[in-house]
Design a protein around this ligand. Structure first.
Ligand code: NAP
Length: 371
C-alpha cells in the first residue's frame, strides 16, 4: 500500500547499516500492535523483511487486526500475533521468546472522557511497564527495550515552561505537577517512564531507550477511529470547534516519523536516553488553515476564542477549568536537537502530515469527502 519515498529508503538503509548489537534475523516484539502508531512500526519492520511478534488484546478481534494481516501479505516479513493484556502478569513471556529487541508502545491514550483514571490509565500504564520488564528479565535473549513515553512525561502544564532554565522543554525535564486528578494521562505516562528507568537500572542485561513524542498526527493504517489522534482530527473536521478554538500550540509530529524513530532507537547501538520527538508547533487553527487549502468545505474553526470563554465551556468539551487556566494562552517551546541527531530524524513537513491524514480519512470513507 505505501511506497517508501527515496528519502525514507535512504533513512532505512542507514539504520540497516547500523544494526550491530541487535540481530536482524531475530524476531522483534512490538506491544500494542493494533494501535495507530504501533501499526506503522510493524509495517516498516515487515517491509524490511523482519519477523515481528506483535501483541494485541484479542487475536479474534478482526476489526483491530485485519490491517496487520493484510500488511504481512504484501510484505517480505513474517508476523506472529500473541494475546497480551498489560494488567496480566507474565502476559508477555510467550511473545518475547527469541526476541532481542522489545518495542513497548501499548498504553492507554485518553485525554478526555476518563471516569476512573486509576483503572483506565494509571494501572495499565504502570503495570504494563512492570510486566514487560519482568518478562524481559526472565528472558535470556532481550538486549534492548524501546519504550513509548510522551512529551507529557517531560512537562505537565504549558505555564511551567517559562520557569525552565532554558525556557524550552527538553529531555532534562520531568513532569512533576500532573496527578491522578489533574492531567491523569500525563501522570500515567510520567510514572510509567520513571518506573521503566528504575527497573532498567536493576536489570542490567538489557538497556532502555525512550521515545517521548509530541502530539501525533498523520494517516492511519487501519479504519479504526477510536485512537485519540484520529478522533481529534475527526472532531476538527466535524464542526465541533466551528465557533472557535483556544489559542495554545502543541508540539506536533508525524506518526510515520515517530514509528521510524522507534526502529532507529532499537537498531542504533549508540542510541541512549530519552528523545523528544516533535517537529513543529501547531494549534487547531493552524491545522484548520492547512486543511482548508485542499478541503474548503468542512466546517472548520476560523478564529481563536478568548480564554475566559473557553474556560466557561471547557467542562462541556471534557477539559477541566484548571487545565485551561494552566495551558491555554502560553507559549510552548521545545528543543528536539538531541533526538534529531541521536536518531538521525528528518521530519515530514506538518502540512503533509495533516493533508495525508485527511486524505486517508476521506478515502477510507471515515468522513464525508468534501474536497
Ligand atoms: P492507540 O491507537 O490508542 O494505541 C494504544 C495501544 O495500547 C492500543 O494498541 C491498545 O490496544 C493498547 N492498550 C491499551 N490498553 C491496553 C491493555 N490494558 N492491554 C493491552 N494493550 C492495551 O494510541 P497511539 O497514539 O497509537 O498510542 C501509542 C503509544 O504512543 C501510547 O503509549 C501513547 O501513550 C503514546 N503516545 C501517543 C501520542 C499521540 O499523540 N498519539 C503522543 C505521545 C505518546 P487496543 O488496540 O486493543 O485498543
Amino acid at each position: 500500500m505505501e511506497i517508501l519515498h527515496s528519502r525514507e529508503q535512504e533513512q532505512l538503509t542507514t539504520f540497516e547499516n547500523n544494526m550491530k548489537t541487535i540481530d536482524p534475523q531475530k524476531p522483534v516484539l512490538v506491544t500494542g500492535g493494533s494501535g495507530y502508531m504501533a501499526s506503522w512500526i510493524i509495517k516498516y519492520l515487515l517491509d524490511q523483511g523482519f519477523t515481528v511478534h506483535a501483541t494485541v488484546r484479542s487475536i479474534h478481534n478482526r476489526a483491530k487486526i485485519q490491517h496487520l494481516l493484510d500488511m504481512e501479505h504484501r510484505s517480505a516479513g513474517t508476523l506472529k500475533l500473541f494475546e497480551a493484556d498489560l494488567l496480566r502478569e507474565n502476559a508477555f513471556d510467550k511473545a518475547m521468546r527469541g526476541c532481542e529487541l522489545v518495542i513497548h508502545t501499548a498504553s492507554p491514550f485518553r485525554l478526555t472522557g476518563v471516569k476512573d483514571a486509576d483503572e483506565e490509565l494509571i494501572r495499565p500504564a504502570l503495570q504494563g511497564v512492570q510486566n514487560v520488564f519482568s518478562s524481559a528479565y526472565g528472558s535470556t535473549t532481550v538486549k534492548r527495550i524501546v519504550l513509548t513515553s510522551s512529551i507529557v512525561a517531560l512537562i505537565g502544564d504549558t505555564i511551567e515552561i517559562a520557569d525552565l532554565p532554558n525556557k524550552k522543554v527538553d529531555e532534562n525535564c520531568w513532569n512533576t505537577t500532573s496527578t491522578i486528578s489533574h492531567q491523569p494521562y500525563p501522570f500515567s505516562k510520567t510514572i510509567a517512564e520513571r518506573e521503566a528507568w528504575t527497573l532498567s537500572k536493576q536489570m542490567d542485561h538489557f538497556d532502555l531507550v525512550v521515545i517521548n513524542p509530541g502530539l501525533i498526527f498523520g494517516p492511519s493504517l487501519s479504519k479504526r477511529i477510536d485512537s485519540t489522534s484520529i478522533s481529534l482530527m475527526i472532531q476538527i473536521l466535524s464542526g465541533k470547534f466551528r465557533t472557535g478554538v483556544p489559542k495554545g500550540a502543541q508540539a506536533v509530529v508525524d506518526v510515520r516519523d515517530v514509528a521510524k524513530a522507534h526502529i532507529r532507537a532499537g537498531f542504533t547501538p549508540q542510541a541512549s536516553g530519552r528523545h523528544l520527538v516533535a517537529a513543529d508547533l501547531a494549534d487547531f487553527l493552524d491545522i484548520a488553515r492547512i486543511i482548508r487549502k485542499n478541503y474548503p468545505n468542512y466546517p472548520l474553526p476560523q478564529k481563536h476564542v478568548p480564554k475566559w470563554l473557553f474556560k466557561l465551556i471547557a467542562p462541556l468539551l471534557g477539559y477541566s477549568r484548571q487545565f485551561v487556566e494552566r495551558n491555554i494562552g502560553y507559549d510552548f517551546k521545545f528543543n528536539n536537537t538531541y533526538a534529531v541527531s541521536d536518531l538521525n530524524i528528518r521530519f515530514t513537513p506538518f502540512e503533509k502530515t495533516v493533508l495525508d491524514q485527511v486524505d486517508q480519512l476521506a478515502n477510507d470513507q471515515l468522513i464525508a469527502d468534501k474536497r
